[in-house]
Design a protein around this ligand. Structure first.
Ligand code: CP
Length: 325
């Protein structure tokens, strides 16, 4: 997709959420409403999961053209727990393998009365392209777009941070790893900015620093110790070897761990009550030591739980928006 990709408004004229394509520009009140709504879907471990009929008679299609465990499974469970019909397109056996375009795939499924498309794709602009083409009553949720955007991850990350740290404006947040290729970091930064966080440190090895234009106000550094100093939140990221370009060299895992891995010793530089986050999938012993991933400061499994609740909140919200149109 080129940069002259179609522009598509994700909000209705009256401010309802029709599509979720990016967190950039979404109003703070909407982020707070989504977090509140998602929290209402949380249940204690061992209790039956939350269920409701918000999606009865609706059809949700999950189209994942890149691998996924958490996002795909949680969207499927979210839709089923709200009593939607759910279609999980098997991309390896779909007609895209025979050359069908993404839009022809969408038109085909739309003709089967799909109401919500959940889309993950390796090309930038695909969610917006689909959103610009679907019928007015249909919604598109971006489930991961190239290196550009992962807004549902950003929302579940905000929700997790809010549970532990009440005032976003007073937080120091360190995101550590392959920031250059990270859609997770982009969406987290956009959400944190809207919530008022001013102290955002982006720690990347040389060569994997982000474009500063994508992170206004953030401090970009190669110095892990400086980035961790006094942090309230430490978010560590996987090296995305699959996204390295030809001129970029594969990173040696052991060397990366030695220089940038989050270990118990390094974590001592952050605040004693700092939380440790990771969007998954994790490479234990590379970007994060196992005893940190499983340690008392880790909120990684909580992120997964919150992800399901947030996806329920999003599905319910876009269907509600449709009913008010
Ligand atoms: N965080 C995340 O997007 O994980 P998956 O790739 O497993 O969906």
């Amino acid at each position: 997709m080129s940069s002259d990709q179609p522009q598509c408004e994700q909000l209705t004229s009256w401010g309802g959420l029709r599509h979720l394509l990016t967190l950039e520009g979404l109003p703070r009140d909407m982020l707070v409403d989504l977090m509140d709504r998602a929290e209402a879907y949380l249940r204690a471990a061992g209790e039956p999961p939350a269920r409701d009929d918000a999606l009865v008679g609706r059809t949700v299609a999950n189209l994942f053209f890149e691998p996924s465990t958490r996002t795909r499974a949680s969207f499927e469970l979210a839709a089923k727990r709200m009593n939607a019909d759910v279609l999980n397109l098997d991309v390896n056996t779909s007609s895209r393998k025979k050359g069908e375009s993404i839009l022809d795939t969408i038109y085909t499924l739309q003709a089967m009365q799909v109401d919500v498309f959940v889309v993950r794709d390796a090309s930038a602009g695909v969610p917006a392209l689909i959103a610009s083409e679907v019928q007015p009553h249909v919604s598109v949720l971006n489930a991961g777009e190239a290196t550009v955007s992962h807004p549902t991850q950003g929302l579940l990350d905000l929700m997790t941070i809010r549970h532990h740290k009440t005032d976003f404006a007073r937080l120091a947040v360190a995101i550590v790893g392959d920031i250059a290729h990270s859609r997770v970091a982009r969406s987290a930064a956009q959400g944190l900015h809207t919530m008022g966080t001013r102290d955002l440190r982006l720690v990347a090895p040389p060569g994997l620093e982000p474009d500063p234009a994508c992170y206004p106000g953030a401090r970009i550094t190669n110095d892990l110790n400086a980035g961790l100093a006094g942090a309230d939140v430490v978010m560590t990221l996987r090296i995305q070897n699959e996204r390295l370009r030809e001129h970029e060299t594969l990173i040696d895992a052991a060397e990366y761990h030695r220089q940038y891995g989050i270990t118990r010793e390094r974590l001592l530089r952050a605040k004693p009550d700092a939380i440790v986050m990771h969007p998954g999938p994790m490479n234990r012993g590379v970007e994060i030591a196992s005893d940190v991933a499983d340690g008392p400061q880790s909120v990684i499994t909580e992120q997964v739980t919150n992800g399901l609740a947030m996806r329920m909140a999003l599905l319910a919200t876009v269907i509600e928006t449709r009913q008010q149109r």
